[in-house]
Design a protein around this ligand. Structure first.
Ligand SMILES: [Zn+2]
Length: 543
């Protein structure tokens, strides 16, 4: 039910969680027994910490050097892939994959790693081979990028590879591309050029198919100022922390950028760690704060918590809901979640970022993915077993690779969390719609307002109104808000994800709320209606 504490859940679940180690450097070192070595003269240099630096373009807007390049002998190219977070096959067995058949979409304006794999003839002698990428852009410019590699054995399944890193402005729809392998020193060549030769695609230049649209996420981070028991406990979020959180979101989401801002702290005076109701009451307070602030409908709110009375045991974060897809401006009150703050600095923020990506994922419409077995309400459509990411993952900021079997979808409760091809496609459509609104001349209307109620496990409730609207198809059969005049309003009733059985009620805000003295909540699970005192409703929209 809840988002379990990672160090606990995954130390217990190592067998279920990880088939192999976590992230590896982008040259595949550590993943293949017979990897080549990257030359440090150019190309993606891999330092000892396992990160790569961007290769320098050997030339741009100019043809390859005049010296006739000699195709490499005794080596065949088999596959070419592109990776912006999840791997996309561009060429398989020498044949171009049509963009319509890509396993996920590639997006414009995002760092992209191309990788090519090879097999060797028996008489191949280890030596330096140059992988050359030639890209011809629709505007007539050309990019030539060389990647020298000492080749000693086959590249295997996704380990060592020839690599070319494209900068965001080099990822353009309709670009014609071809890669070939050349002898670094033609004198050292042995054997014959293979048949077919080491060129991809074999038949001629391939065409990159790129989804071209602005893709952004806007998140307001809310430090919760916990005033409790004579203390004040507030997360101190530095600029570097914000940058790190933005990068985590960007690595796991199909965006060109995540725009994060830190709001002024939100005071909160009730217990949190000792409340017995998880983060749910503070999540309701965040929902009320978002309604008061009334940001644009595409904006996510995320509360960071460092409570004076500690954390509720085992709970990392919670989201207010999983909105239906496609997203609508009326569901703006669903873009709210919260999670633990472990402190400023690389390691604590990395831990907080995992929960951040997961909880924001819920508010993007994502359900859990089954891995540990503890994930309630999981998505049955997920295509890979045990929550595996299924294809190679690549970090556009940390330049690390995640293996298809070692990485787990970030909506699981397992470790080595990463975005899957499934999650990438699903959130891309959501992000595209929200970004569309943000780029429109005027923000879309959000409806007449909603009445929201949170029913906690301990019997307490809170009620407020917020911007938004409820479409009738979301209404839960048998649920309603009944006004004292007898008017019945439909209500959407669901259990919040990662929660303590907290029931969330959303109904249209009654137009006559100001003159209504009593309301009743009818739930399909309860024989008698619950009375709601109108005076106890925080009417933010009407106020
Ligand atoms: Zn969750």
């Amino acid at each position: 039910m809840r988002r379990a504490l990672l160090p606990v859940s995954c130390s217990l679940l190592l067998l279920a969680c990880g088939d192999d180690a976590g992230p590896t450097a982008a040259d595949g070192s550590g993943t293949s027994a017979s990897t080549g070595e990257t030359s440090t003269s150019s190309g993606s240099a891999v330092d000892e910490s396992g990160t790569t630096t961007a290769p320098e373009t050997t030339s741009s807007s100019s043809p390859p050097p005049d010296d006739e390049p000699v195709l490499a002998h005794g080596i065949r190219l088999t596959r070419l892939t592109a990776n912006q977070a999840v791997q996309v096959e561009l060429v398989r067995d020498g044949v171009e994959v049509a963009p319509a058949d890509y396993n996920t979409r590639l997006i414009s304006g995002r760092t992209t790693l191309l990788r090519a794999y090879w097999t060797l003839h028996a008489d191949f002698s280890p030596r330096e081979i140059i992988g050359r990428l030639v890209a011809d852009y629709p505007d007539g410019t050309q990019l030539v990028q060389d990647f020298p590699l000492v080749v000693e054995g086959d590249s295997g399944d996704g380990g060592a590879s020839f690599q070319w890193l494209l900068q965001p402005d080099q990822v353009v729809d309709g670009t014609l591309y071809r890669v070939r392998l050349l002898e670094a020193d033609p004198e050292a060549a042995t054997g014959e050029v293979s048949d077919p030769p080491p060129v991809l695609p074999l038949a001629g230049r391939g065409t990159l198919g790129i989804y071209t649209a602005p893709l952004e996420m806007e998140v307001v981070l809310v430090p919760v100022e916990h005033q409790f028991d004579g203390q004040v406990c507030t997360p101190q979020i530095s600029e570097a922390d914000v940058e790190q959180l933005a990068r985590a979101l960007e690595q796991n989401n199909p965006v060109q950028q995540a725009i994060l801002t830190v709001r002024e702290p939100m005071p909160y005076t009730d217990p949190i760690g000792s409340s017995g109701t998880g983060f749910s009451p503070v999540l309701s307070a965040l929902a009320q704060q978002r309604a008061i602030d009334d940001p644009d409908p595409w904006v996510y709110y995320y509360g960071f918590l460092d409570p004076c009375d500690g954390f509720p045991p085992g709970l990392l974060g919670q989201a207010i809901g999983i909105p239906p897809l496609p997203p609508t401006p009326q569901m703006s009150q669903q873009r709210i979640s919260t999670g633990r703050w472990f402190g400023s600095g690389l390691e604590p923020v990395a831990l907080a970022a995992e929960t951040f990506v997961h909880e924001v994922g819920h508010t993007q419409g994502r359900y859990h993915i089954l891995c540990s077995g503890g994930e309630a309400g999981y998505d049955p459509a997920y295509p890979h077993p045990n929550g595996r990411i299924g294809v190679w993952g690549f970090g556009i900021h940390d330049f690390m690779l995640r293996s298809p079997t070692g990485g787990r979808d970030y909506m699981t409760y397992c470790s080595n969390e990463w975005v899957s091809d499934f999650g990438w496609e699903l959130t891309l459509d959501v992000i595209a719609v929200l970004t569309d609104w943000s780029h429109a001349a005027a923000p879309p209307g959000q409806g007449e307002g909603v009445l929201m109620g949170a029913l906690y496990d301990d019997g307490s409730e809170s009620w407020w109104t917020a911007p938004g609207g409820l479409s009738t198809e979301l209404a839960t059969p048998g649920a309603a808000i009944v006004l004292d005049g007898g008017l019945e309003l439909p209500a959407w009733v669901y259990e919040r994800p990662d929660g303590d059985h907290v029931v969330q009620v959303i109904a249209p805000r009654p137009a006559a709320l100001g003159s209504t003295s009593e309301l009743e909540l009818v739930l399909p699970s309860e024989a008698a209606p619950r009375r709601i005192e109108a005076a106890r409703i925080l009417d933010i929209v009407g106020g």
